[in-house]
Design a protein around this ligand. Sequence first.
Ligand SMILES: [Zn+2]
Length: 111
Amino acid sequence: MEDCVFCAMRKGEVPCTKLYSDDDFMIIKDINPQAKVHLIAIPSEHVPYIDMMTEEGASLLGKIMSKISHMQEELDITGGYRLVINQGENANQTMAHVVIHILGGEKLQDL
Ligand SMILES: [Zn+2]
């Protein structure tokens, strides 16, 4: 998808620090952290909004969540973490590419 910063990062056209990367997704640090650890898991497939997600795309998200759960040590989120997906304006989704925010590294506020 053109003009998508996350896709451009994936292709190496926009610099970023990848903490992890494989064929399914990559993980970078959020530039505006909302917790001590705030990472973004960016699926390789460009899907703008969660409400446009196919079952196949949802399956990929599930796979990514499972991988995250096995990476707690290296992501510094042992002791608990929160996964967040924003949808649309009210949720302040700033980029039209579905990502999973990973928050942790400290005691988070109740939802
Ligand atoms: Zn994209």
